[in-house]
Design a protein around this ligand. Structure first.
Ligand SMILES: Cc1ncc(COP(=O)(O)O)c(C=O)c1O
Length: 378
């Protein structure tokens, strides 16, 4: 029998499993139609059960953001893992341990220095290491420009018997700034075209480069053509969040994670309702601050998950959240008694999730059917 929400101590991280499964089905159907497999990024979830749901019930290829994730998912049977943060020399012994345990780990890099370090470290080792060169297709963060001569210099520096240059990887993080479907489609095409161009240049220079890996949630959900791409990595799509709703790739009703909180007091003359979800439970992420609709520290729903339009957590301290109307008008206050439970939708699912050690998993009844562990650290 599922446990009723009012039996929980708050704050608590809730995961609506039917919404999560619908989110997975939505992206899977899109990618199936485009003929490209998903290598989900599991950094949002950091949870074995969620990763299994993303890979269709059995361990499949995944992307991770830490070697701790690689460890934990390898222990659970995931053997094909891409570590999608530029590798540094101080992590190579840890990489070697994972390889020795039979994990097929792929690392990424975008500099000759890192390539020299990897090639030097792998020389004379028994296991081989797969490497992807990170490509910058949108000026967002890391990577070699697709047309840059540096691409071939990095590839050249990787020449070593135990190193296989498998291809290229890019992440169009600038898609989070896109406004409108057309801009999203254009960004998806820019991501695809840049990655494919880089792979073609490697092939023309004699490197096989079979892998062309792209992905972010907005571009994965917007691409209309993925010719030349061999895999898509998306992660936050599994839960979605208010930033993704602001970008326009989901609605608040599709967000699968929320923080259950309890009303603990009021300051009626100020229009404040105080709850027990502060920044420890919600995170300090203000990712919607730069968007058209600023959601404060989170959008308020009733305990059943119905959005209470325009009520947001407008201020936080460590264990207090202050709920107000987004207008700040003190007469438009949430008139709910102390003890009332509410749910807060997060700005950024990865950041809010990171504050919690487990998910309370809701089934169709809206009750807590199970608990799933969530981990963190490096
Ligand atoms: C390298 C890389 N690939 C894929 C992703 C997945 O993107 P999203 O969280 O938008 O699904 C991320 C997210 O930060 C990333 O850093």
């Amino acid at each position: 029998m599922p446990t009723a929400l009012n039996a929980l101590e708050t704050p608590a991280l809730l995961l609506d499993e039917p919404r999560m499964m619908a989110n997975i089905a939505r992206l899977s159907a899109r990618l199936r139609a485009l003929g490209v497999p998903l290598r989900p990024h599991v950094k949002t979830a950091k949870c074995i059960e969620v990763a299994l749901a993303m890979t269709g019930g059995a361990p499949g290829p995944i992307t991770v953001s830490t070697l701790r994730e690689a460890e934990r998912f390898a222990q659970a049977g995931f053997r094909d893992i891409t570590y999608a943060v530029g590798i540094s020399a101080n992590k190579l012994p840890h990489v070697a341990e994972l390889l020795a345990r039979g994990v097929r780990l792929t690392v990424i890099l975008d500099s000759v220095e890192a390539a020299v370090a990897v090639a030097g470290f792998m020389r004379g080792r028994r296991e081989g290491l797969d490497v992807l060169i990170e490509i910058d297709t949108d000026g967002h963060r890391a990577g070699v420009q697709p047309e840059s001569p540096d691409l071939l210099a990095v590839a050249h520096a990787l020449q070593a018997p135990q190193v296989a240059l498998m291809g290229v990887l890019t992440h169009a993080g600038e898609s989070y700034q896109c406004k409108g479907d057309e801009a999203l489609r254009a960004m998806a095409e820019q991501e695809r075209a840049g990655a494919v161009l880089a792979a073609q240049r490697l092939r023309a220079a004699g490197h096989p480069a079979p892998v062309v890996s792209v992905g972010s949630t907005p571009t994965a959900l917007s691409a209309v053509d993925l010719s030349g791409v061999t895999e898509v990595r998306a992660g936050v799509f599994v839960f979605f969040d208010l930033v993704m709703a602001g970008v326009g790739v989901c609605t608040p009703e599709q967000i699968a994670v929320s923080v259950l909180t309890t009303v603990i007091g009021h300051q009626d003359h100020r229009g404040w309702t105080l709850c027990d979800a502060g920044w420890m439970a919600l995170s300090r992420d203000r990712g919607t601050a730069a968007q058209a609709v600023d959601q404060g520290y989170g959008l308020v729903c009733d305990a059943a998950g119905q959005v209470l339009p325009d009520f947001i957590v407008s201020a936080v301290s460590q264990e207090h959240g202050t709920i107000t109307h987004r207008s700040g008008d003190p007469t438009r206050r949430l008139n709910l008694p102390v003890g009332t439970m509410l749910r807060i939708l997060p700005n950024h699912a990865c950041a809010t999730g990171a504050q919690h050690d487990r998910y309370r998993v809701l089934d169709e009844s809206g009750g807590v059917a199970r608990e799933w562990e969530r981990f963190g650290g490096w």
